[in-house]
Design a protein. Structure first.
Length: 279
């Protein structure tokens, strides 16, 4: 049975790949992006299966108008995919105030406002699925990506709460946590801070050199990420998380194990902070 999807950030990366695969399968896609002309060729090929609207997710009024228009025009939307976003690379003190604000406005507030705009419609139609493009970076962290990790850890916390708020309405949520991939997201749209020489011989400098050398060859297949997202709709209740890629599995597993070990090591300290039992 065909589905109707609403996807942000469809000009490139996972959003573009997912859009193409859904259209090829015969699903309808409401595609949003800042430059609608980037989808002209897809529109010629797929016609009415593809609904296109210009959207900058940092404009909250535009987000509400766009989501309302999509539901009005298409009648029923089965899946909301928050994909729009980008990464900001640089040590924390290298970043400008404007870079920090834009990263937060796009990756956190944009996703929150798309979700808030869609929830009344999903409730009214009796349910639906929401997918949030997070990252393995929502569970672990790497140097020089502090603000990117800030946004991914924050959006995971947001949805951990929202999942509990909306489950009684038949609305299910999945956080998608891919590993690094060779897409335009990582190799074209990433914003870079102006480097400070003081970080040259630190982990930030090492990471920067590795990126510049082009020695990183991700194992993750972006096409398989899109296929896994599509296949997840056949599972209900929805998986809360889709961790995708061997790198993501290994790094997230190691990170969670280390955090759990640290928690267990402090068990006695944690319990000792309660009021003493009344005797």
């Amino acid at each position: 049975m065909t589905k109707t999807w609403f996807i942000t950030g469809t000009s490139s990366g996972f959003g573009r790949i997912l859009t193409e695969k859904l259209l090829e399968r015969g699903d309808r896609v409401a595609a949003t992006l800042r430059r609608p002309e980037a989808l002209n060729e897809l529109k010629k090929t797929f016609g009415d299966l593809l609904w296109i609207e210009a959207l900058d997710v940092t404009d909250t009024a535009a987000v509400r108008h766009c989501v309302d228009k999509a539901f009005a025009d298409l009648g029923h939307i089965d899946v909301i995919v928050n994909n729009a976003g980008y990464a900001l690379f640089g040590a924390a003190e290298e970043l400008t105030d404007d870079q920090i604000r834009r990263q937060i406005d796009t990756n956190i507030i944009g996703s929150i406002q798309v979700t808030r705009a869609a929830l009344p419609h999903l409730r009214a139609q009796g349910g639906g699925r929401s997918m949030q493009l997070s990252s393995m970076g929502g569970q672990i962290s790497l140097p020089a990506l502090s603000l990117y990790h800030t946004t991914k850890w924050a959006i995971e916390g947001f949805f951990e709460s929202v999942i509990q708020e909306v489950e009684s309405f038949g609305i299910e949520v999945t956080l998608v946590e891919p590993a690094g991939a060779r897409t335009n997201f990582a190799y074209g749209s990433m914003d870079n801070a102006v480097r400070m020489d003081v970080y040259t011989d630190t982990k930030v400098g090492e990471f920067r050199k590795a990126r510049a050398a082009g020695d990183y060859h991700p194992a993750l297949d972006p096409d398989k990420v899109a296929l896994a997202m599509m296949a997840s709709l056949r599972t209900s209740p929805a998986p809360k998380r889709l961790t995708l890629g061997s790198d993501a599995y290994k790094l997230v597993h190691a990170g969670l194990s280390k955090r759990l070990g640290a928690l267990e090591a402090q068990r006695d300290i944690a319990l000792s902070a309660d009021y003493d039992p009344v005797r």
